[in-house]
Design a binder for this molecule. Structure first.
Ligand SMILES: Cc1cc2nc3c(=O)[nH]c(=O)nc-3n(C[C@H](O)[C@H](O)[C@H](O)COP(=O)(O)O)c2cc1C
Length: 293
């Protein structure tokens, strides 16, 4: 997750038994290298790097990942055919994030080892079709033969069990891990998340790259521009550069872009990543014993 998952969060998740991912989309190449090296020093467990394929300096990121022998790469927001073969040739497992069965099939054809099926509820960039996790998981499971990791709206053990009942082989948890001491996000953002209510987020910027945002001043400006028929270029200008950094990393809660999922309404505390993994796992096992409680 951009502006959230550096080496501290990724290594904490891996040490707790999950697969921690470094979010490279907000990092310059030299910063990514440093985070990979710090992560290696902080955990002897596997971890991965997430690479949004639209990232302008992607060639350098891929080079760094190969040089540093990162075992697993999660790609998103782009065509999986572009980099999967090269990464696989270096022994790297590639998982691609999709929001539809059509793109899940493309990822499978491109040689990906698994897909993340990410529903409309999710924080961050999102599919235009607005397919919810409850519908997307069975659809993607029916479409592909590779493992399916469910994402979007999963922050508790019961939600994880529900995803698995729908056919998922695992889950990717995003928003819940932003509210941790290890996330590099600004404390204002973490506090905003734990005070969120249902309805506080909405999909925005559909003419550019759709993204789920907290409804703050920036969101309302975008909404007004969209209602007045703003072109993609005008929206791009409004977005400007560094808007996500301003909000999530620098803590400007009104003028920054605040990416978070619907599940923020269920997040009520800032606790260590290891406690979250433990809580999810304990609740999952309990729910497995008593699914209809
Ligand atoms: C602050 C934030 C930043 C994110 N950045 C990325 C990213 O750079 N690349 C990516 O593939 N997904 C990104 N995501 C999506 C997450 O990886 C994950 O799929 C999503 O949060 C799952 O849904 P949830 O938020 O309901 O848990 C981001 C999510 C959040 C909340």
């Amino acid at each position: 997750m951009i502006w959230a998952s550096g080496w501290r969060l990724a290594s904490a998740v891996s040490n707790a038994g999950g697969l921690g991912l470094i979010g490279s989309g907000s990092m310059y190449p030299e910063v990514l290298k440093e985070h990979i090296q710090q992560c290696k020093a902080a955990t002897d467990k596997p971890f991965g790097v997430n690479v949004p394929l639209l990232y302008p300096g992607i060639d350098q990121h891929i080079q760094t990942i190969i040089e540093e022998k990162v075992p697993i790469v999660f790609t998103s927001a782009g065509n999986p055919a572009t980099w999967t073969a090269k990464l696989k040739a270096h022994g790297i497992t590639v998982v691609h994030v999709v929001s539809s069965s059509k793109f899940a099939l493309k990822a499978q054809e491109a040689g990906c080892g698994a897909v993340v099926a990410e529903g409309f509820e999710a924080g961050g960039h999102n599919g235009r079709e607005e397919t919810t996790t409850l519908v997307l998981i069975p659809a993607v499971c029916n479409a592909v033969t590779i493992p399916v990791i469910a994402a979007g709206g999963i922050a508790t053990g019961r939600q994880m069990l529900a995803a698995m009942v729908l056919g998922a082989n695992g889950v990717q948890v995003g928003s819940r891990f932003v509210a941790t001491p290890e996330a590099s996000s600004h404390i204002n953002f973490k506090e905003r998340i734990i005070h969120s209510n249902e309805g506080d987020t909405q999909l925005s910027l559909k003419k550019l790259t759709p993204v789920r945002l907290i409804k703050n001043n920036f969101f309302l400006q975008v909404q007004e521009a969209e209602q007045n028929g703003a072109t993609a270029a005008a929206l791009q200008e409004l977005l400007g550069r560094g808007r996500a950094k301003k909000g999530m990393f620098e803590g400007d809660m009104e003028n920054g872009e605040l990416e978070i999922g619907q599940v923020s309404a269920l997040i009520k505390n800032i606790i260590p990543a290891a406690d979250i993994v433990k809580e999810i796992w304990t609740e999952f096992e309990d729910a497995l014993q008593h699914p209809l409680k």
